[in-house]
Design a protein around this ligand. Structure first.
Ligand code: APR
Length: 247
């Protein structure tokens, strides 16, 4: 592990275009549970509430659960050392972009600027009819939120099952992956497409892959060059210290 860590630090310091690709695991130490696994959200809640058809037929029930998970609970979370380390590496000019599957806003809160939210975000709500957007904090979520313009039910601006990837985030993510000579994957099982194809696309274009996760994933034995087994904060803190010693 120490040897792999040294190799990873060298790769990062010598890279010209490092891109981070993050999943739910990077936010676990901020108190946000992942989706899959024993403690994952889908072991407690029915993923149906985030299915577009189900949502349109049962908006009241869906919103009750959405509010509980994504606004009451996620709303309290703060960025952890791994989010902060990525923001610091962007300031140093090492990390050029963060592609995230997360909708929790924690990369922005940590200070990252170039963030591509592949699955959208929970900050905004969007009218399904007229596409007017609202800041979630400006809307009273105690009642089912409605558009003040056309009275349709508002939906969080993250993608539900059955929806396409936001166009701009898709374009920017694949552009970044194409330019990348190094991808750092943090906390993703790699089970959800098309997001999981981003690191593979970068690899095909010659990028090296560093992966940080306490468990092996679908990436580990397929595209990962250096697997750093452990929690995001612990490994990112070590990486940051190592890089600072070399700069
Ligand atoms: N540090 C790093 N990784 C961790 C940590 C930690 N402290 N704790 C758990 N993990 C890892 C798990 O081992 C797992 O590999 O984080 C990963 C979380 O996996 P998923 O829950 O599948 O999350 P993700 O890959 O982001 O899911 C993708 O699925 O339901 C959809 O849209 C949702 O964006 C989400 C997508």
């Amino acid at each position: 592990m120490e040897n792999d860590l040294k190799k990873a630090i060298d790769l990062i310091v010598n890279s010209k275009y490092t891109v981070a690709f993050t999943g739910a695991g990077i936010s676990v130490e901020s108190g946000i549970p992942p989706f899959r696994g024993e403690t994952g959200l889908w072991s407690k809640y029915n993923p149906e509430i985030l299915d577009l058809t189900y949502f349109s037929i049962n908006p009241v029930e869906s919103w009750r659960v959405i509010k509980e998970i994504f606004y009451d609970f996620f709303g309290e979370a703060k960025p952890n050392d791994a989010h902060i380390a990525l923001a610091e590496l962007e300031k140093n000019g090492i990390v050029k972009a963060v592609i995230t599957q997360n909708i929790d806003n924690l990369h922005y809160e940590a200070g990252s600027k170039e963030v591509y939210e592949f699955h959208g975000n929970s900050r905004m709500l969007v009218c399904q009819y007229c596409s007017k957007k609202y800041k979630a904090t400006d809307v009273n979520l105690a009642d089912i939120p409605l558009c003040d313009h056309c009275h349709a039910v508002l939906k969080p601006d993250f993608i539900f099952f059955g929806e396409g990837i936001p166009e701009l985030a898709y374009k920017k993510s694949f552009e970044a992956a194409k330019n990348a000579d190094l991808i750092i994957i943090i906390g993703s099982t790699g089970e959800v497409v098309p997001a999981s194809s981003i690191p593979s696309f970068a690899k095909q274009n010659g990028a090296k892959i560093i992966e940080i996760n306490p468990e092996k994933t679908l990436f580990t034995n397929s595209i990962t060059d250096i697997f750093l087994q452990g929690k995001a904060t612990e490994i990112m803190n070590k990486i940051l210290i190592g890089i600072k010693q070399k700069l």
